[in-house]
Ligand binder design. Structure first.
Ligand SMILES: [Fe+2]
Length: 327
């Protein structure tokens, strides 16, 4: 009933209308650069959202005060499971002001025993409430049997695990037929029984499950530093045409490990990786993902501005299509 209340006031209609305008504007745009494969039609038809920010309660006032700098918001989906009346009202207010993208943390697509229809239905109910052009989850495990691991844990890069993740995604898509994009995580643990490289593993999952990619360039940079590989080679080995959204932010070094702590300005190396991707992929959205040690908003404004500039360097892919007529 609460869900119907949110959907019934015209908010969703506004979002859907915007999606159609965006899709028309995107349609037919070519993917250039070195990637000649081109995205699947369903990705090509997704709207361009622009530059966004992760919604955090502590930023709520500033977000509305700086509305013109923010094209969309990303919501932590798990925080709205079984939403209270206050949360439904919050979703309604946010929906009226911004396109919203739900971002899941705890679905645990890498679990072997992915068989909790209640949890999946909870996720689906929040996504359906927002009715976004796409939603996202991680290629990770957060639960092992009844145990909640409490963080995003990596899974072995094996053919068997590709099959498991794809099987889980197929189950998700049956209940939630909204385009799903998958995020690469940062990890410190490396499985000795890996059969595939990380790039091969992610590529296989994306292709076989027909999902888009939420490329976290900070996670990529952290992994490349911690596991000593070339991030450009990684980017050249994955299907960049499946990139839909990008996460950017900075981390911190701790005991010789680069931690993806979402606590600092995006480092220049990460911006360069983002620029490399933006020149080769039909990026629909870039999100600044600040969680810890949140600075004065002018610092965040600067990050949003850099992200916007990077996208504007590829005019045929972004500037002319920045017609997401939402506001
Ligand atoms: Fe991320």
């Amino acid at each position: 009933m609460e869900e119907e209340g949110v959907q019934g006031d015209g908010v969703v209609v506004a979002v859907e209308g915007a999606a159609v305008v965006g899709a028309e504007a995107v349609g037919g745009a070519a993917v250039g650069g070195e990637n000649s494969r081109g995205p699947p039609k369903w990705i090509r038809d997704l709207p361009v959202l622009g530059v966004g920010l992760g919604f955090r309660k502590s930023l709520k006032q500033e977000i509305f005060a700086h509305k013109q700098e923010i094209d969309f918001l990303e919501l932590i989906l798990d925080q709205y499971i079984g939403p209270s009346f206050g949360q439904i009202m919050e979703l309604r207010r946010l929906s009226k002001a911004f396109p919203l993208i739900p971002h899941g943390l705890g679905l645990s697509l890498g679990s072997v025993d992915f068989d909790d229809p209640g949890r999946l239905r909870d996720f689906a109910s929040v996504v359906k409430m927002v009715r976004p052009p796409w939603w996202s989850e991680h290629i990770a495990m957060t639960r092992a049997g009844p145990l909640d691991i409490g963080h995003l844990a990596p899974v072995p890069f094996t053919e068997e695990m590709v099959e498991i993740v794809c099987r889980n995604i197929a189950a998700v898509k049956k209940i939630l037929p909204v385009p799903l994009i998958l995020e690469n995580i940062s990890y410190t643990h490396h499985f000795s029984r890996n059969e595939l490289t990380e790039a091969e593993f992610i590529s296989a999952i994306l292709e076989r499950s027909d999902c888009g990619l939420l490329l976290d360039v900070m996670n990529l940079y952290a992994n490349s530093q911690n596991h000593r590989y070339d991030p450009i080679q990684f980017l050249d080995e994955i299907p960049l045409e499946r990139v839909v959204q990008i996460h950017a932010i900075g981390g911190r070094w701790a005991s010789g490990v680069l931690v993806d702590s979402h606590s600092a300005s995006t480092p220049v190396e990460v911006w360069e990786l983002l620029r490399y991707v933006a020149r080769r992929a039909q990026v629909k959205a870039i999100l600044i993902e600040w969680d810890e040690q949140i600075p004065p908003f002018e610092v965040i404004s600067g990050e949003l501005s850099i992200a916007r500039n990077i996208l504007s360097e590829t005019p045929e892919r972004f500037s002319e299509r920045r017609a997401y007529a939402f506001r």
